[in-house]
Design a protein around this ligand. Structure first.
Ligand code: C5P
Length: 236
C-alpha cells in the first residue's frame, strides 16, 4: 500500500467527529476545540436552525423548497454567553439557544436533513469553517462527505440505552420535561432515519476510528482522541 500523503503545511488540520445522537460527540468536540484553541463546527445545529426557521416561517413540514431556501440564506451565529460562558445560538440576531436544543428541533432537523437540496445548501457554509489553526467538526457526515479528506476521523457511538440516558440527563439539566421512555423512542426514530436516508447516511467513514463509549467516561474518550491525534502528528 502507498504511504499516505503528508499533510501539506497550508492545509487546515481537521478532526471529524461523527456519530449518533447522545454518543457524546458534542461534548468531546467542544472540549477538543477548546483545548487546541481550534474552530468548532456543530453541524447538527445548522439543521436544527433550518427546522426552527421553517416552523417560525409557518412552512409545512413537507415543504422541501421552502426549507431549502431558508437553508441557503440562514442567518446563524454561534457564540458564548459572556456571563455564563454557555453556548449562545442566534437566528437572524435573535437568541434561540433553548429552542435549538429541544428534542423537537432534533426531530425537525432529522426530517429536513434527509432532503438532498437542504444538505446541498449547507455544504459551502460548513466547509468555510475550515480555517487555521484547525477545525473540529461534529456531525453525521463530517468524515464521509463534508471533510472526507480530514486527517483524523472519529466515529463515536454507544448503546441505544446509554445514549437515551445521556440525552435525558442533558435535557433534564436544561429543565426539560422529556421522559426517558419518550426520548428513547425519539432517538431510535431519529437514528433510523439518519442511518437509512439516501443522501449522506449516518455511517463511519472507512478510515474512521470507531470508539464505543458505552463503558467509557468522557475523560477516557477524550484521552483516546488526544492519543489518536498525537499518533497522527496533528498535535504534540
Ligand atoms: O447532532 P444533532 O443531534 O444536533 O443533529 C440533529 C439532526 O441533524 C440529526 O439527527 C441529523 O438528522 C441531522 N444532521 C445531519 N448531518 C449532520 C449533522 C446533523 O444530517 N452533519
Amino acid at each position: 500500500m502507498a504511504p499516505s500523503a503528508a499533510i501539506p503545511s497550508t492545509a487546515v488540520p481537521i478532526v471529524a467527529i461523527d456519530g449518533p445522537s447522545g454518543s457524546g460527540k458534542g461534548t468531546i468536540a467542544r472540549r477538543l476545540a477548546e483545548r487546541l484553541d481550534w474552530h468548532l463546527l456543530d453541524s447538527g445545529a445548522l439543521y436544527r436552525l433550518v427546522a426552527l426557521a421553517g416552523a417560525r416561517a409557518g412552512l409545512g413540514t413537507e415543504d422541501v423548497e421552502g426549507h431549502t431556501a431558508l437553508a441557503r440564506t440562514l442567518q446563524a451565529d454561534f457564540g458564548r454567553d459572556p456571563e455564563t460562558g454557555g453556548e449562545r445560538i442566534l437566528l437572524a440576531g435573535e437568541e434561540v439557544t433553548a429552542q435549538v436544543r429541544e428534542e423537537r428541533s432534533g426531530m425537525g432537523a432529522s426530517r429536513v436533513a434527509a432532503w438532498p437540496s437542504v444538505r446541498a445548501a449547507l455544504v459551502d457554509r460548513q466547509r468555510a469553517y475550515a480555517q487555521h489553526p484547525g477545525l473540529v467538526a461534529d456531525g453525521r457526515d463530517m468524515g464521509t462527505v463534508i471533510f472526507s479528506d480530514a486527517p483524523l476521523k472519529i466515529f463515536l457511538t454507544a448503546s441505544a440505552d446509554e445514549r437515551a440516558r445521556r440525552r435525558h440527563k442533558q435535557l433534564k439539566y436544561k429543565e426539560s420535561t422529556a421522559s426517558l421512555a419518550a426520548l428513547s423512542r425519539e432517538i431510535a426514530e431519529r437514528d433510523e432515519r439518519d442511518a437509512n436516508r439516501a443522501v449522506a447516511p449516518l455511517r463511519p467513514a472507512s478510515d474512521a476510528f470507531v470508539i464505543d463509549s458505552t463503558e467509557l467516561t468522557a475523560d477516557e474518550v477524550f484521552e483516546r482522541v488526544i492519543e489518536l491525534g498525537r499518533s497522527k502528528g496533528l498535535w504534540a
